[in-house]
Design a protein around this ligand. Sequence first.
Ligand SMILES: [Zn+2]
Ligand SMILES: [Zn+2]
Length: 189
Amino acid sequence: MLPIERQKQLVTWLKEEGTLSIAEISRRLNVSEMTVYRDIKPLLEENKINKTSGGVSLVSTISPNACTYCLKELNNRQPVQIITTQQTVEQLCCPHCGLLRYKDIEKNVSQIICRDFLQNTTISAKLAYFLFNTDFNVNCCQPQVLTFDLLKTAEQFQKGFGGTILRFDEAVQEIARRMNGETDCGCSK
Ligand SMILES: [Zn+2]
Ligand SMILES: [Zn+2]
């Protein structure tokens, strides 16, 4: 079998069965595990399949209603979309996951889109204002991040519920820092 035929066969199996281990794929295709890794490399790069703890699975086997980053169901009022340079669209449950995912795949991101917390309008995350540490709890991922289109609305919200307003680049760094276990007041210095 040609590599391209093996890849096709593998995708068919993954569609039917979900996840397959590398050992199992190697056994079924009657090729070495090295060859399996070589075969799946382009599929991984094209984001068609995912490496999981059990082996590999199709990216589309992840429910379309789940956050790419935390795998939680998407029912938050502030979903984030990342459009990659390969034109795939990733859905994130909230700006928290959006920022973390962005940090992971920064070089492959073509666009990152979020919603204004009050108006629900669509905005480019790179132009948005990010409010950290408010007392207003939306019950998604912690530390919580809210996004606003205009500085004015972010500031009004901040007056009522507290928190720190950051721009996109600062927000990416802040969330990464917080996830590394550093805790302080969250103010940017
Ligand atoms: Zn998430
Ligand atoms: Zn979330």
